[in-house]
Design a protein around this ligand. Structure first.
Ligand code: MN
Length: 372
């Protein structure tokens, strides 16, 4: 178990949810407090928490989420027994239903547009009118710590082999709890009625596969080999102090994207490779906010399912490629340097907390193993 460096930031104002087991026993749901786990299934007796994934609990919606959070807090305040993190195994926290990844950072889209299309406009004409996204592969979303095998595929015409351009994308993932009905768009204002919380997310990317395959239907095998998420899901209820204004949207987006009330989240991200922090992307710099992405995802009447996951898109702050606020190596090194076999990537996240301190969100780690 590697996600236990420090309990700081895991106080009573945070209480993220995860799925754990002890000595190969049954999986159950717990909340993290400091460097320990409270067994919510045992302590509350709630059947939805004696489950191998968060899904049954997520499906019950905001009223239950808030009741269980209050119960967890009360149990810890009363001194309920907890299990040290180093005595538990952590698992993928929820069964991923559909997985969609957006492309919502203007700085990232501009940097990548320049690198992929040096002779064209960096931003395509639709980019400031809608949050661009693509469908990823739900079945290859893996928990932090899962090794990532270097993918092989078409690197160009007649050129098949292991990727030479394996990259990371530092992102935030939004976890849908309560479902919606087919044919009924979910307005941006209903974000907290459906979205339960957030996870750290690394959208591993093979840039040579991606650059060859992405026209005209978007990313495919250059992305679907693995997407890593944190063990811990931070509920939106712990992020009340993190909401912030977006940098500004011009031209004014369509009404269903709620341009007058759209907000962002002031989360700080840290990208570490083999023990060295190489970049610190700020999520407050995102162009499209999370509620706008949710409204866009459902504007056509597509329904939400419990366990749906949507990614923020690579988080990159201001500045050209090479700037240490970018969320990918493509941008950091201008296409000159990527991940080696044996390298370990760790993404760390923090946010302002309601008590004036900072929350540490669950980290996302993954080591690259050689192509078979
Ligand atoms: Mn991505």
């Amino acid at each position: 178990m590697t996600d236990s460096a420090s309990g700081a930031g895991f106080g009573l104002d945070h209480l993220p949810y995860g799925v754990f087991s002890v000595d190969g026993g049954p999986r159950r749901i717990g909340v993290r407090h400091g460097d320990s786990v409270l067994d919510l299934a045992f302590e509350t007796g709630r059947p939805e928490l004696a489950a191998a994934s968060l899904n049954p609990f997520l499906a019950l919606g905001p009223q239950t989420w808030s009741e269980v959070r209050a119960e967890a807090r009360a149990l810890l305040e009363e001194g309920a027994e907890t299990t040290p993190l180093d005595e538990v195994d952590l698992h993928l926290p929820f069964e991923v239903a559909d997985y969609v990844d957006f492309y919502a950072s203007e700085h990232h889209a501009t940097n990548v547009g320049r690198l992929f299309r040096p002779d064209g406009d960096a931003l395509l004409p639709n980019w400031k009118h809608l949050p661009v996204g693509y469908h990823g592969r739900a079945g290859t979303v893996v928990a932090s710590g899962t090794p990532v095998v270097r993918p092989s595929g078409q690197r160009g015409p007649g050129d098949v082999g292991p990727t030479r351009r394996l990259d990371l994308e530092a992102e935030l993932g939004f976890v849908v709890g309560a479902a919606s009905r087919l044919g009924e768009p979910v307005p941006a204002e209903a974000f907290a009625d459906h979205v339960f919380g957030v996870v750290g997310l690394n959208d591993w990317s093979a840039r040579d596969l991606q650059a060859w395959e992405y026209v005209p239907l978007g990313p495919f095998l250059g992305k679907t080999f693995a997407t890593s998420i944190s063990h811990w899901v931070t509920p939106l209820a712990a992020l009340d102090a993190a909401w912030c204004d977006l940098p500004g949207q011009d031209p004014r987006p369509a009404d269903y994207l709620a341009p007058d009330t759209a907000r962002g989240l002031d989360l700080a991200v840290e990208v570490e490779i083999d023990g060295t922090v190489v970049s610190r992307p700020p999520y407050r710099s995102t162009y499209w906010g999370p509620a706008q992405m949710l409204a866009h995802l459902t504007v056509n009447g597509a329904s939400l399912r419990t366990g749906d996951l949507f990614g923020s898109g690579t988080i990159s702050g201001a500045g050209a490629p090479g700037h240490a606020e970018v969320g990918s190596l493509l941008e950091l090194y201008g296409g000159e340097r990527f991940l080696d076999d044996g390298s370990t990537v760790v993404l760390r996240y923090s946010a302002p907390s309601t008590d004036g301190g900072r929350l540490t969100l669950g980290e996302v780690s993954g080591a690259v193993t050689p192509a078979p």
